[in-house]
Design a protein around this ligand. Structure first.
Ligand code: UTP
Length: 298
């Protein structure tokens, strides 16, 4: 137990089509949509950096420049802000990723599913455990971030770890669902994982959310996977194959998750982050109060 190599690399798959946000995502990746003033991808990158990740691997496709540009130096803009003495703004765009962190971009030539996107990162990840963060699952925390909590469990257990959350009955068809058994260490060992089951077929109400720490053997499992639900190569099927040979733990992390891949989740996150923002809170509360009054809710 606990003999596993440390988790240093994180994969950010950002090559999906983002159809639920069309037309906004026609020319920019969903992960570049902002919550208040930061794109989704930046929140996920910050969570990874806080957890000690030193190599960020982005699996991109069309529109890939928006993501790499975001993390690159914006020379003209920086010069202008420096000349104008706008140091606060300058800080916001120059301190996104520390210099010692590696950024790697790999291409997924066609959107063949999340499992396929992860396979595209295989040569960069190599033979070590790695994290996956889906930026459209945004997780807000007051203490340690979700990935940091999961890395702690991985360190203790040496096992792969998947972030899960209790979800309502009607949403089983939108998630990977796990069946678990509590082991001797009082951890939730996964015995089954199914992609988007009907409520009556779901092994539990524990839905997989976009945080994973996986052993590199998932790559050989994924190579054997054929297209599953929705005609895509599903990460869930690769993990199901891994379960045959090694333990995988489900981890109900602390923190509030927003499904920013859906419009209502995205809007909820925007409201909650705006209400936490010193410069926006009062104005937003006044606005909401007015709205509730005119709609007869209060
Ligand atoms: P989603 O299932 O949310 O799909 O992907 P999507 O295409 O992004 O969005 P919709 O459903 O059409 O609105 C989950 C994550 O996997 C990535 C996405 O970028 C997202 O981060 N993904 C998905 C890929 O990188 N490649 C794929 O082929 C599919």
């Amino acid at each position: 137990m606990g003999q596993s190599k440390p988790v240093r690399k994180a994969v950010f798959p950002v090559a999906g089509l983002g159809t639920r946000f069309l037309p906004a995502t026609k020319s920019i990746p969903k992960e570049m949509l902002p919550i208040v003033d930061k794109p989704l991808i930046q929140y996920a990158v910050e969570e990874a950096l806080d957890a000690g990740i030193d190599t960020l691997i982005f699996v991109t496709s069309r529109n890939k420049h928006a993501i790499s540009d975001h993390f690159d130096t914006a020379f003209e803009l920086q010069t202008r802000l420096a000349e104008d003495g706008k140091t606060e703004l300058l800080k916001r765009i120059t301190q996104i990723v520390p210099d010692e962190v590696n950024l790697v971009y790999v291409t997924q030539p066609e959107a063949l599913g999340l499992g396929h996107a992860i396979l595209c990162a295989e040569t960069i990840v190599g033979d070590e455990p790695f994290a996956i963060l889906l930026a459209d699952d945004m997780i807000r925390n007051r203490g340690a971030g979700a990935l940091e909590q999961m890395i702690e469990l991985h360190r203790e257990s040496g096992s792969s770890v998947i972030g899960v959350e209790e979800i309502p009955d009607e949403l089983t068809t939108s998630y990977g669902i796990v069946g678990v058994q509590v082991n001797e260490q009082r951890q939730n060992a996964i015995h089954t994982i199914v992609e988007k089951p009907k409520p009556e077929d779901a092994p539990s109400r524990l839905g997989v959310v976009g945080r994973y720490i996986l052993d590199s053997s998932v790559f050989s499992c994924l190579r054997r996977v054929t297209a599953g639900s929705g005609g895509e190569i599903q990460l869930t099927d690769g993990i199901a194959a891994m379960l045959q040979t090694q333990p995988v733990l489900a981890f109900p992390f602390d923190g509030e998750r927003y499904d920013c891949g859906s419009r209502h989740g995205f809007i909820k996150a925007t409201i909650d982050y705006a209400l936490e923002h010193d410069e926006l809170r009062e104005d937003m509360l006044d606005h909401m109060h007015r709205l509730l009054k005119t709609s007869g809710r209060i």
